[in-house]
Design a protein around this ligand. Structure first.
Ligand code: AMP
Ligand code: GLY
Length: 425
């Protein structure tokens, strides 16, 4: 069986690491891949917006299954194109992925289906938006409606911040077309959790929960990033909370989409804020999270290809997920300057030594090969991920591996998983 993975981050390296454990998988291709993926897969370079080119490549190579990592090709209809050509592809269609590429669509769906989320209004006129903010007079989150690489949300404690955010998005067009419409939301308090599930449009199979660490600095300070680390399971999610999330959020969302004619297939990711034991949706994503995928897949014992093929056959009800007991932790090593501009091409040392630590995998994100060296090539460079019998054991292992790795300007958070450690059990 030949499998193609679309993407080149830590999430995609983790996908390749997991699926190569299936004996039926004879070869893996990655577009564009990274230096880590090149050890498991053949990397090819095709622009991820060239949907027709990607489909033709898949036909030429006689790929049996394509797995789409990032949101951009989903939003451009990669799944629609592949399905039209009779190619097996895991992920939602353009219509399904609209829950991620249009925040206003997602919010409207949530409202119609009584899914708990922050109160909001949508605007296309900056003057109206500003009037609303002045009348509101409370802290808010101002969001560009479209895809903005995780940067389109501005947290505004003061009215003045919100007025500036509206200008940044709508007048200065900081996120281009994504900011033609904006959402203004009430600001929620609480703790964030990522809740992901496989779904074939009928059955919803929840994964083990995870907690991301979005801000760049320790203690959740500084600007948001794609995610500086994650652990799984998120101990905040009790069994009761898990059921509440399924009943009040995941099931109504999939059913709500079905009523619109969208038979959602792939991964449904709910970014949640938990406050006073109540989960509220911050956002939906139409894909696996990065870095959540790394710790989640390291604990998933069930074969991933099996899950994905059953999803495509609409037979997910035949699958149950098994998880390794204990916990896993992923610490992201980033380039200095990230999430702003950062240098590239710095040699990475210590990868072999880190890999010798048991139950630890160093997933590559922004890495490249240069002659016989592996060098930095992105903001998030590596995701050092370890499993342990407890969250503490997995944290210790992950940081022991981190200590073996070095590149100039290497930056990481030292508090990944600390919230879980501090929580009373
Ligand atoms: P989103 O892409 O909509 O999930 O937003 C990115 C990040 O902004 C979230 O992970 C939260 O940290 C924060 N955020 C978004 N919406 C809100 C809100 N209504 N209240 C508080 N924080 C928010
Ligand atoms: N880690 C957040 C995301 O994948 O959107």
């Amino acid at each position: 069986m030949k499998v193609l993975i679309i993407g080149g981050g830590g999430r995609e390296h983790a996908l390749a690491w997991k699926i190569q454990q299936n004996e039926e998988v004879s070869s893996i291709y990655a577009i564009p891949g990274n230096a880590g993926l090149s050890q498991l897969a053949k990397n090819f370079s095709i622009d991820l917006t060239d949907i027709s080119g990607l489909a033709t490549f898949t036909e030429d190579k006689k790929i049996d299954l394509t797995i789409v990592g990032p949101e951009l090709p989903l939003s451009l209809g990669i799944v629609n194109e592949f399905q039209q050509r009779g190619l097996a592809v895991f992920g939602p269609t353009r219509e399904g992925s609209k829950i991620e590429w249009s925040k206003s669509f997602a919010k409207k769906l949530m409202k119609e289906n009584n899914i708990p989320t922050a109160g909001f209004e949508t605007f296309s006129d900056p003057l109206e938006a500003k009037k609303y903010i002045r009348d509101l007079g409370r802290p808010s989150a101002v969001k560009a409606d479209g895809l903005a690489a995780g940067k389109g949300v501005l947290i505004c404690p003061q009215v003045e911040d919100a007025l500036q955010a509206i200008d940044l998005i709508m007048a200065q067009k900081a996120f281009g077309q994504a900011g033609e419409h904006i959402i203004i939301e009430e600001l929620l308090q609480g703790e964030e959790v990522s809740f992901l599930a496989f779904t074939d449009g009928d059955t919803i199979l929840p994964m083990s929960s995870a907690q991301d660490h979005k801000p760049i600095f320790h203690n959740d300070k500084g600007p948001n990033t794609g995610g500086m680390g994650a652990y799984s399971p998120a101990s905040l999610i009790s069994e009761k909370m898990h059921q509440k999330i399924m009943d009040n959020i995941m099931i109504p969302m999939v059913e709500g989409m079905a009523r619109l004619g969208i038979h959602y297939q792939g991964v449904l990711y709910a970014g949640l804020m938990i406050h006073n034991d109540e989960p509220m949706v911050l956002e939906f994503n139409a894909r696996l999270g990065d870095p959540e995928t790394q710790p989640i897949l390291m604990r998933l014992e069930t074969d991933l290809i099996h899950i994905m093929l059953k999803t495509l056959q609409k037979k997910l009800h035949q699958v149950s997920l098994n998880w390794r007991q204990g916990a896993s932790t992923c610490v992201v090593l980033a380039s200095e300057g990230y999430p702003g501009p950062y240098p590239k091409g710095r040699e990475i040392l210590g990868l072999k030594e880190a890999a010798q630590i048991s139950e630890t995998v160093v997933f590559h994100a922004g890495t490249a090969k240069k002659e016989d060296k592996i060098v930095t090539a992105g903001g998030r460079v590596l995701g050092v991920t370890a499993v342990g019998d407890s969250i503490a054991a997995s944290i210790d292992r992950a940081y022991a591996a981190v200590n073996k790795i070095h590149f100039d300007g290497m930056y990481y958070r030292k508090d990944i998983g600390q919230r879980a450690l501090c929580r009373p059990v």
